[in-house]
Design a protein around this ligand. Structure first.
Ligand SMILES: [Zn+2]
Length: 130
């Protein structure tokens, strides 16, 4: 007997949530800093991070762990990863280089968007909002 079950989406993977002196269970952004990281690639990654969908808005703002500036109050996602909106600041402002697995993910997503097959048949048949 087979039972049709909806397959649950896998949980989104968190990235860019940093520890503090009080919470060392999370990574330290200073360990990821790479001042020699190529500027155009840094910009490309930050641009991607700034264009995630808003997954949650929080009451309080977080502060940058490296320079203490106010650094956002929302979580953004691309459906696979979820990050604090201030992560782009770490990338641009401090050269925080994210793991290669994430950079590969961004590259694959960007390439997939360029290669999207487009189907306009549904839209051509639309006659109004009903
Ligand atoms: Zn900062």
């Amino acid at each position: 007997m087979s039972e049709l079950r909806e397959q649950a989406d896998p949980p989104v993977r968190l990235i860019g949530f940093w520890g503090s002196p009080e919470n060392r269970a999370l990574p330290n952004p200073a360990d990821f800093a790479d001042p020699a990281w190529d500027e155009p690639e840094r910009q490309w990654v930050a641009d991607y991070l700034e264009h995630g969908q808003v997954a949650a808005s929080w009451m309080g703002s977080s502060r940058c762990r490296l320079c203490s500036r106010v650094n956002g109050s929302r979580d953004l996602t691309d459906g696979r990863y979820l990050w604090p909106e201030g992560l782009a600041h770490y990338v641009l402002g401090h050269g925080v280089r994210l793991p290669a697995e994430f950079l590969d993910h961004i590259e694959r997503r960007s390439r997939a968007l360029e290669d999207l097959e487009r189907d306009d048949s549904w839209w051509r048949r639309a006659t109004g909002p009903t």
